[in-house]
Design a protein. Structure first.
Length: 370
């Protein structure tokens, strides 16, 4: 499939630069896959689409202050962006780096302040040990990094959000717990504690998984053909207790509703790779809907994929040519004989959203796809 088919134009004014206040006042576009019907609601109205036997599953990963600044021995400024922890104690990381001459053996001393006005802040140093094929670096720090992050790190915002100076907690979900993401699981930003309580009082269960989101989530698919794209790897965990509740929900006739694409990836890996199945083997039959696991996930969901774990999806509006747009297209097209019908329906829905003034991307509005 041609990657260009997933392109679309978006006026800069449609990109949300700040979150809605309160969180659940954001808008909600409801898309019914069976007939393409669209409803325009507020996010807090989502309770009207939930049933007592349903299970809402969200990603509870918390964004870490992943942007670090430093200087080389020569005085040159360096920026490090923590992507993925590589060891148990947190002293070795895969990072994006900005700066010259950062080859294996180069060392950086971490600082506070900006790149132009930094001051030496600690004895924490970083040594480049390896350059990957994609240009990221493996970096060995002189000590575990996490104790230093509150002092030295900055919460990263996506590059399309410029000038936001508000509360950085608004780039965290209200239920975030384990730290590890370089970007927020943004579909969850719309929930408030009060809305979650209302959902529970309806008899709808709420559960969480963990997937630590990497920066590659923002990258467009660069290959000409979708099938040639190599998806990034992220660490995820689906516990045995959560897997059991998902399987029980299915047996009871309830719907499993995934909050965001990172949750979708986590659950669908539990239905395929975690059970030793080829995700694109249409005849593969898992012995249970999902299985528990903890480890790396590199599942690329694109049109033609058959969803096994997710019945409905809450998601934001995604970037053109992104793997997330392809994932949602595959879900929209699930009931269709023509795999490309999902892409066409989704992009037509995006056109409606633009005309109706919906706000796009991380701080933007949401979709509920049924």
């Amino acid at each position: 499939m041609d990657t260009a088919l997933f392109d679309y134009d978006l006026p800069p004014a449609s990109i949300a630069q700040s979150p809605a206040e309160p969180r659940d006042s954001s808008r909600l576009l409801v898309l019914h896959r069976a007939d393409g019907r669209i409803e325009h609601r507020a996010f807090r109205d989502i309770v009207e689409y939930l049933n007592p036997r349903d299970l809402l599953v969200a990603n509870n990963s918390r964004v870490i202050p992943a942007r670090l600044r430093g200087r080389k021995a020569t005085g040159g400024a360096v920026e490090l962006f923590l992507l993925r922890q590589l060891d148990e104690d947190g002293a070795e990381w895969e990072c994006l780096v900005g700066g010259k001459g950062l080859i294996p053996g180069a060392t950086v001393t971490l600082t506070t302040g900006t790149l132009t006005t930094s001051t030496l802040a600690s004895d924490l140093a970083a040594t480049i040990t390896f350059v990957t094929a994609t240009g990221t670096r493996h970096i060995q720090f002189s000590a575990p990094v996490r104790p230093y992050l509150d002092e030295l790190g900055e919460i990263p915002l996506p590059p399309y959000i410029t000038g936001y100076t508000g509360d950085r907690e608004r780039y965290q979900t209200v239920y975030s717990l384990p730290e590890g993401s370089a970007a927020a699981p943004t579909a969850g930003l719309h929930f408030t504690p009060e809305l979650l309580l209302e959902i529970r009082e309806l008899g709808v269960r709420f559960d969480t998984v963990t997937l630590h989101v990497g920066l590659d989530t923002f990258k467009p698919v660069e290959s000409d053909l979708v099938e040639n794209h190599v998806i990034h790897t992220e660490w995820a965990e689906l516990t045995a207790a959560t897997a059991r509740r998902i399987n029980e929900t299915t047996l009871a006739g309830g719907a499993v509703i995934a909050v965001g694409t990172t949750t979708v990836r986590t659950l669908e890996w539990g239905a395929t790779g975690a059970q030793g199945l080829d995700p694109y083997d249409a005849g593969a039959c898992p012995w249970q809907r999902v299985a528990a696991y903890a480890g790396d996930v590199n599942l690329f969901i694109r049109p033609g994929y058959r969803y096994r774990a997710v019945d409905a999806m809450i998601t934001n509006f995604h970037l053109p040519r992104s793997s997330l747009l392809m994932m949602v297209s595959a879900f929209v097209g699930q009931p269709c004989a023509d795999h490309d019908e999902g892409r066409r329906m989704l992009l037509e829905t995006y056109e409606v959203a633009k005309r109706e003034g919906y706000r796009f991307y991380s701080f933007g509005d949401a979709m509920l796809i049924l």
